[in-house]
Design a protein around this ligand. Structure first.
Ligand SMILES: [Zn+2]
Length: 203
């Protein structure tokens, strides 16, 4: 199938050369007891209409990108884009599922091939600590400068990440903690940060 995707690709379009830990399995169905629709999706262009709907929609997103503002497709972004496209498709597809094993949702794997002019604008900087955590877990190139202006909020975010069950959360917490140590030089700022961040370390 891949060589027929239009531009003579002999590998997945836009694949990034990124060796990382863990595995990720995208499956066609959320529910193991349901059988996947065996025929293609007529909404998909060209050869992709002959794939099963799940494979077809995945390849369509790899080929054409998604309107998200980011230039690289992370695992989380790819999953969200496939889910979104399959939900909006006029054929009522089953929802796919992604299983991560030691891999991070923010792991960038593919180039987003959507023309930047057709992508959505970059969303506003996250506001609350929970919003920061969600963004940090999902995006590969999240800029934490804005967060580091607020020692208390930085501490809240690190505490939430340290107690999060999500793969990769602890590593992100450690990275921000290291930046906070360098950034918050004054005893007052450091105390503001540490009072919040160390909550997660208490037994
Ligand atoms: Zn479809």
């Amino acid at each position: 199938m891949l060589p027929h995707l239009g531009n003579g690709f002999d590998t997945l379009p836009g694949v990034l050369d990124d060796a990382g830990q863990g595995t990720c399995v995208l499956t066609a169905l959320k529910d193991n007891n349901v059988r996947a629709w065996p025929h293609g999706c007529e909404e998909l262009p060209g050869e992709l209409a002959h794939c099963t709907p799940f494979s077809g929609h995945v390849l369509n997103i790899l080929k054409n990108g998604t309107t998200d503002h980011q230039s690289r497709l992370t695992l989380g972004l790819l999953r969200d884009a496939v889910e979104d496209e399959m939900r909006r498709c006029r054929f009522q597809h089953d929802r796919p599922r992604m299983l991560l094993n030691d891999a991070r949702e923010s792991r960038a794997l593919f180039t987003n091939r959507m023309d930047p002019a057709r992508r959505a604008p970059r969303p506003d900087t996250p506001v609350g600590a929970e919003e920061w955590v969600a963004t940090l877990l999902r995006e590969s190139d999240c800029d934490v400068e804005e967060l580091l202006r607020d020692p208390r909020k930085t501490g809240d975010v690190v505490a939430l990440l340290r107690t999060s069950p999500q793969d990769g959360a602890a590593a992100i917490a450690q990275r921000i903690d290291e930046q906070a140590f360098r950034r918050f030089r004054s005893p007052q700022d450091f105390a503001r940060y540490w009072n919040k961040a160390e909550r997660a370390l208490r037994p």
